[in-house]
Design a binder for this molecule. Sequence first.
Ligand SMILES: [Fe+2]
Ligand SMILES: [Fe+2]
Length: 190
Amino acid sequence: MELLYRTPIEWAQNAVKDIDSFLQDHADAERKVANMCLSLIAKYPNRTEIIDELIQISVEELLHFKQVYNLIKYRGNQLNGVFQKDPYIKGIMSIVRSGSDEIFMDRLIIASIAELRGSERFKLISKVVDDPKIAKFYANLHLQELEHIDSFIKMAKIYFDDELVDKRTQIILQKEAEISSSLPWRSAIH
Ligand SMILES: [Fe+2]
Ligand SMILES: [Fe+2]
């Protein structure tokens, strides 16, 4: 799977200008992905084939949250309790169809594409951030998030035809490219 809009390096140069705000937003994002996996389990308890994998990803995302929290403390800060609205997630979720199966498929595809975007941007951050400890963290995280991209698509393909999932993925990738290319840059992952 490939993103249809490539984030320019200038985005990362802008994002790291306020690295503390970036870390706050990122911690929030990791915690939300862990929550999202748990909420899929709660909503679809009968989809037993994917529960182990969802638990595993949730654990990994929670570990990422812990690591980002540690970086926040390393920078001499604490979680600030400020939760910025994420216009990217709001925008991309607007494409979710109605109907139980359709919602389920779309959520898994969106999860996969969001991992892909996150992974792309973590790599860019690792290239431009001054602090070598933070740079190393983001270079590693880029690789770890790459693995989640396939996981979510594989889950979708357990329950739906490959072709159907691939077609829908292309449509959502287009929407995702429109959103990510048009949003103003902030010191945030999206
Ligand atoms: Fe993560
Ligand atoms: Fe992830």
